[in-house]
Design a protein around this ligand. Structure first.
Ligand SMILES: Nc1ncnc2c1ncn2[C@@H]1O[C@H](COP(=O)(O)OP(=O)(O)OP(=O)(O)O)[C@@H](O)[C@H]1O
Ligand SMILES: [Mg+2]
Length: 255
């Protein structure tokens, strides 16, 4: 039997008296690509950040790769233990402006893990090739387009050989003409079998790339299921309304 990679139970988070996560539970098996969709303010980013312990939850249980973590009370050491096994791709890339593409990718390997520089550069070169950025490895972020910066950020996440990569709206800061190249890279990653959890508002992309869908609204998971069934026969009225509204919009935008 395959082990569950990620299991979270009853995750709660409140900001300024507003309950943003109202007891969220979910689990992810290795190799799954889970897309999370839902209206603005639903708590999608907060969920992803709590799962990767970038944000402290108020309560909940987290098991990742067979080990227990405390999503509410973790310290720096516990977080960094988790971060050795996970990657996170942010909406706004989060690259170091004063480092080249290559240095952005090697940094986590050399100072994060004590790998020697030569080996780190070898791995970084391979990851930059995977995302089609090998020829721009000596450029600084300022001299790269948003799509190229995001591809470097994906190479950085990949370099650590993570068990899962979380993506928080990886294309929402991009001009429409640059969105495709980033989505294409993520599609290719799916073929390599890596587990991913992707928050996106691109419903047609979610349908295309994910194996499972989660629809969130007001801090709760309203519906989840196998991607094909989720789109073909959504059970919840709110899911139906959301898909109806957004798939039409997304498809029109892409034409
Ligand atoms: N650091 C914070 N401090 C206070 N409130 C916050 C903070 N982060 C998020 N919130 C609030 O929590 C709620 C959920 O935010 P979150 O960013 O998780 O939603 P989202 O589903 O990712 O939305 P979007 O689609 O717009 O990115 C919102 O009402 C937001 O204003
Ligand atoms: Mg968000």
């Amino acid at each position: 039997m395959t082990e569950t990679l990620l299991e979270v139970k009853n995750l709660h988070k409140t900001f300024d008296h507003a309950e943003v996560l109202k007891g969220v539970s979910l689990s992810v098996m290795p190799g799954e690509v889970v897309a999370i969709v839902g209206p603005s303010g639903a708590g999608k980013t907060t969920l992803l950040r709590c799962l990767n312990m970038l944000e402290r939850a108020d309560a909940g249980e987290l098991v990742f790769d067979g080990e227990h973590y405390d999503p509410a009370g973790f310290g720096r050491r516990e977080a960094s233990k988790l971060h050795k096994k996970t990657g996170f791709v942010f909406q706004d890339y989060n690259l170091f402006a004063n480092k080249t593409a290559m240095e952005n990718v090697t940094l986590g390997l050399t100072s994060g893990r004590g790998m020697n520089r030569h080996k780190a550069e070898e791995i970084a070169a391979e990851m930059l090739r995977k995302v089609g950025m090998e020829e721009k490895s000596d450029r600084f972020p300022l001299h790269l387009s948003g799509g190229q910066q995001q591809r470097v950020a994906i190479a950085r996440a990949l370099a650590a050989d993570p068990k899962i990569i979380y993506f928080d709206e990886p294309t929402s800061a991009l001009d429409p003409e640059l969105t495709g190249e980033v989505l294409e890279v993520i599609r290719k990653l799916k073929d390599s079998g890596i587990t991913m959890m992707i928050v996106t508002h691109e419903l047609s992309f979610a349908r295309d790339v994910s194996t499972r869908m989660i629809f969130m609204e007001e801090g709760s998971i309203i519906e989840e299921g196998n991607t094909r069934e989720f789109f073909a026969d959504p059970k919840n009225e709110r899911t139906r309304a959301f898909i109806g509204m957004n798939v039409d919009g997304t498809e029109k935008e892409e034409q």
